[in-house]
Design a protein around this ligand. Structure first.
Ligand code: GSH
Length: 228
């Protein structure tokens, strides 16, 4: 076994990608074992009753059943930060730390709901599973539900490359990961209307950690027609 870290998940999940990017930024080697959650296999439900990917197994802790496993991308990333503190991806000052956790939660709930459930699933996943894409839902989400979120992020990003301080943090990784799914569905951030957000996301996606994930995933999710 070349590495202790085994990630259960599937390509295309923004939560799996979030963990992959964090692992890459920390320079940690890992293996992926494919688990599709629709529906999750029985052995997997036994280690994650939420039936969701990702789950990490640290084989230095346990190799069978639930031993050594941690479900949920946020729990996994927090675990990896504690175990492998360099480079620091959670600010150390109390306020910065609180803000980082807020942005992570915002990405995983508010953005994921709109981009994942409102755009990616009705288009990309429908096509992947041989169903008719629901473009109407996706377009409505992109043009009505997402703009207030883009306005919020445009203001938060300001002139910065990173949301918190001078360095990449879990906040940037979580947010940028959701935007990869928007691109796979043919959704774009209008750079005229949200220039800062659009440049911020583009820079993050160009980092080797994100670029490597995107290059692999592109084989499954080829460029889509623009949604609008
Ligand atoms: N809070 C979880 C969310 C994970 C999640 O929702 N994963 C999706 C795939 S992107 C899933 O497994 N969905 C299965 C389902 O909805 O049944 C995390 O951060 O890991």
């Amino acid at each position: 076994m070349a590495t202790d870290l085994l990630l259960y998940g599937a390509k295309g999940s923004p939560f799996v990608r979030k963990v992959e990017v964090l692992l890459a930024e920390k320079g940690l080697a890992f293996e992926i074992e494919a688990v599709m959650p629709f529906p999750a296999p029985e052995w997997f439900v036994a280690i994650n009753p939420a039936k969701r990917i990702p789950v990490l197994r640290d084989r230095s802790v346990g190799t069978e059943g639930a031993a050594g496993t941690i479900p949920d991308s946020s729990a996994i990333c927090a675990y990896l930060e504690r175990k492998h503190p360099s480079p620091v991806l959670y600010p150390h000052d109390a306020y910065g730390y609180g803000r980082a956790i807020w942005y992570e939660e915002y990405a995983d709930s508010e953005l994921a709901q709109r981009i994942g459930l409102g755009i990616f699933r009705p288009t990309v996943l429908n096509r992947l599973f041989g169903r008719e894409p629901d473009l109407e839902t996706a377009r409505k989400t992109l043009t009505e539900a997402l703009p207030p979120q883009f306005d919020y992020l445009e203001g938060e990003v300001g002139e910065r490359d990173f949301l918190l301080g001078q360095a990449l943090s879990i906040a940037d990784i979580s947010i940028a990961s959701q935007f990869v799914n928007l691109e796979y569905a043919g959704g774009r951030i209008d750079a005229q209307r949200w220039p800062r957000l659009s440049a911020y996301i583009a820079k993050l996606h160009a980092r080797p950690s994100f670029a490597a994930c995107i290059a692999t995933e592109r084989k499954i999710f080829p460029p889509a027609e623009p949604l609008v």
